[in-house]
Design a protein around this ligand. Sequence first.
Ligand code: CAO
Length: 522
Amino acid sequence: MSGLIDIKVPDIGDFKDVPVIEVFVKPGDKVKAEDPLVALESDKATMEVPSPRDGVVKSVVVKVGDKVSEGAVIVQFEGAGEHAETRPVVSAPPSPTSAPAGVAEVRVPDIGDFKDVPVIEIFVKPGDSVKAEDPLIALESDKATMEVPAPLSGTVREIKVKTGDKVSEGAIILVLATGGGGAASAPVAAARAPVAAAPAAAPAVQAGVVDEKAFALAYAGPAVRKLARELGVDLGKVKGSGNHGRIQREDVEAFARGGGAAAAKPQAAAASGGGVGGIDLLPWPKIDFAKFGPVERKELGRIKKISAANLHRNWVVIPHVTTHDEADITELEQFRVKMNKELEKSGVKLSLLPFMVKAAVAALKKFPEFNASLDGDTLVYKNYWHIGFAADTPNGLMVPVIRDADKKSIPDIANEMNALAKLAREGKIKPDQMQGGTFSISSLGGIGGIYFTPIINAPEVAIMGVCKGYWKQHSPDGKTWTSRLTLPLSLSWDHRVIDGAAAARFNVYFANVLADLRRVLF
Ligand code: CAO
């Protein structure tokens, strides 16, 4: 008698109520044993549930977002009323298979509609022994990250692609000398399940400084690699707590928070949320806010998501220190007002910001390490002065860049700044107008506040935060008092590159230049 075969969630350890993040099949699909049916993602691991047998899908019982535990029915196959066991794959390397010896060309398998997809990582090098299913390369389109696993065991003879190459189905990846073998090459399930995220190459996103070779050889999945790139973590230095030493999301986060020591903590600690200095961090609070009052949910916009990822990485990875100071801008303000009157007919309007850009260039020339970037253990000094400025836009924070600010006049900088801020606010600014900055200024002067801690815009090593100028009582000699227009300065600096004394000197010089612009001539 025909009936239905229930395919259920297998034993998934201690996990319960795990969200379904992807469903790979639909009614009518013919599936083979081991084809993935759904992906589940807890806050600790991503698991695929493969089919325990060949079959035809009659109905899909779960949908994305459902929460499932062991025993829940995922899909029903057509067939006699029997039960089939499933088991989850938590990205553990499968055992090798055997095949006749020879030479095999490994090609890019069917990757759906994707074409000309950039190779972002190569995990192997000539001479490496690989087992069937070991990842060979990673491809990253703007929709998904895909790993292409080895179709059979063997020794890598020759690699035919390099990072940055664009490949499509059928392109030769490498040549394998085989002693073992298996099925045809197929991307792992990540390829079938495009990651719905902002493009990795989004304008403001810049990868951290990592050892690319070790990164490529580390044992980790695409999502973990993406996180490591965002956090600037060198995967080669992270100890994996997963099966067979596979690097998990929490290993990368723990490494970014507390360095190698934290990542080396036992799995039990990682399972309770990772930890630093012996104190385990608690998991992020999951609260049903609606229990306490009416709520409204709104997903973050694209720009906010990109800036959030950047700010998070920069805050977690860079050891920030902020040094506060103040500048006497009484004379500068008089000069600004005077110049604005003179320039009235030309249509140029000067705020304080263009003067600060010029003061920043002067200070950066005097203290070149503030105009540098870290590249591993090397400091790259830049002999150009491109100054970024934070602009508040309806879509979120953006940082347009004034290129070659050293060569431009203050009115030219003011005009360019207005034009760039307008483009940013209208959502028309181009990625290259936000790239190449060597130092940034974040001005809240038009709004208010006294001091704040600006977050460094990696790979820059410092940022100047400015608040609203205010009249302050000042005594030059302890006896007489005058009121001076005072500008609060907050310089955040990367303590890996800059010392506190240098930061204090930078601030003093910057303030002195604003107090008397003639100093830029010296
Ligand atoms: N002290 C006193 N007044 C100030 C000042 C300061 N430090 N900075 C600006 N002002 C004044 C300006 O002179 C102008 O006054 P007038 O209209 O009388 O001339 C007024 O405040 C408004 O200035 P503005 O903000 O329009 O112009 P700006 O050149 O100072 O700044 C821009 C341009 C694009 C940087 C700004 O509009 C902006 O977006 N600021 C927010 C930046 C931000 O979000 N930073 C936080 C990043 S971290 O999340």
